[in-house]
Write a protein that binds this ligand. Structure first.
Ligand SMILES: O=C(O)CCC(=O)C(=O)O
Ligand SMILES: [Fe+2]
Length: 394
């Protein structure tokens, strides 16, 4: 039976016509059209079960299945999948498609995945990490000179409790340093004209090598993000260039984050970072070996995103959730550092161009799954979320 299902599943990969009818007729031949069988067939297609009863198979079954209809999931994941990116630039179209389908499965069911073979050299990562460690050890008044509240476009330093990602909480127990797009090297141009949220970075004066190390990692991460967009497009049954004209000037914000250990009696309303969803399309997160990040499943259970050496964490943010009408999940997560030692992480939030309107992708909308979100401009959305995040510490 499993051979049969495998064969069926592979047949299904080749088109958007889902093949539930075929699956049903095979399953019907042994008289057991049960959910488990259907799920197996669907899983190879990287979607969660969409169960259609025998009596529903009719003329409409010739229609291509929309992602909106097949991507039903209970999101009760217990683990975060690890996906190998080695085929991301493969010249073999089938290898790339197979990778895109794994990504689709993770985005539909979990919203989080680890990526390995991501291509960012370890020395580039370590350069940024040691820059972060040096920066956060500076005296508070030096860091406060770069206070994010002074910046019109949310660039610079956030002190402990300066940010509050979960409105139920009292503030986040981390320090941060935010930068946006800027050339590396002597010209050092930032992009002033890219719309709301763009504009200059601020840098510490007497920290040799800090800016270069931070920007070198930033650009490596942006390049990785550019490699991922075509895979997301394929995962959404769109041509692989679908996002190209929407991501011409990467609206990527990178943060260096420092989490002091929280030991003793810990106020549940003071997390390292409170429960939240990310605002942009997706986040590429480097985390050190200190466990703190947790991801919420639909049963309300916090699943540890255990640090795995050599991997980065990739998670879907609200822009992509809006674009996909929630077919791709922007999953709530938080971090709390109860390890007794310091923790560092570096998320890079990759957004679409700020002037792009987030209309739902057609395959993600159907009669049963009408559009869930009002159409907004990407930059306006990010700005409004950031304003709310910093409102309490103004
Ligand atoms: O530090 C982490 O592990 C998570 C950071 C995060 O979720 C964020 O900055 O949005
Ligand atoms: Fe986050």
């Amino acid at each position: 039976m499993s051979d049969t299902l495998d064969a069926l599943s592979h047949g299904r990969h080749s088109s958007r016509t889902c093949g539930f009818e075929t699956t049903l007729s095979i399953i019907g031949s042994n008289g057991h059209a049960n959910t488990a069988n259907l799920w197996l067939a669907c899983r190879a297609c990287m979607a969660a079960p969409a169960v259609r009863q025998d009596n529903e198979v009719g003329p409409e079954s010739d229609r291509p299945m929309l992602l909106a209809d097949i991507a039903r999931t209970d999101s009760t994941f217990e683990e975060i999948p690890i996906i190998d990116l080695k085929d991301a630039t493969s010249t073999d179209p089938q290898a790339r498609r197979a990778l895109a389908e794994k990504i689709r499965d993770a985005c539909i069911n979990v919203g989080f995945l680890y990526i390995k073979n991501h291509g960012i050299p370890d020395e580039v990562i370590q350069g940024a990490v040691s820059a972060a460690k040096t920066f956060f050890k500076l005296p508070l008044e030096t860091k406060m000179a770069l206070d994010i509240h002074k910046s019109p476009n949310f660039k610079g330093y956030t002190a402990l409790l300066g940010e509050n990602t979960d409105p139920e909480n009292r503030g986040d127990m981390h320090e941060g340093f935010d930068i946006g797009w800027e050339e590396v090297g002597p010209t050092s141009a930032s992009r002033e004209g890219d719309g709301t949220m763009s504009g200059s970075n601020v840098w510490p004066c007497d920290l040799p090598g800090f800016k270069e190390a931070a920007l070198t990692y930033y650009h490596a991460c942006v390049n990785l993000g550019k490699l991922l967009f075509p895979l997301f497009a394929m995962a959404l049954d769109e041509p692989d260039h679908f996002f190209d004209d929407k991501t011409t000037k990467p609206a990527a914000i990178m943060r260096l984050l420092y989490y002091p250990p929280q030991t003793g009696v810990v106020d549940d309303r003071v997390m390292g970072i409170g429960a939240h969803t990310d605002y942009e399309c997706f986040t590429i997160l480097w985390q050190d070996q200190v466990q703190a990040l947790q991801v919420l499943n639909a049963n309300g259970k916090w699943i540890d995103a255990v640090p795995i050496p050599g991997t980065l964490v990739l998670n879907i943010g609200d822009q992509l959730a809006r674009w996909t009408n929630d077919v791709f999940k922007s999953t709530r997560h938080r971090a709390v550092n109860r390890s007794g030692v310091e923790r560092y992480s570096i998320p890079l939030f990759f957004g679409s161009d700020y002037d792009v309107e987030l209309h739902p992708i057609p395959s993600c909308v159907s009669e049963d799954n009408p559009p869930k979100y009002e159409v907004v401009k990407a930059g306006d959305y990010v700005r409004s979320r950031l304003e709310a995040t910093y409102a309490h510490s103004k």
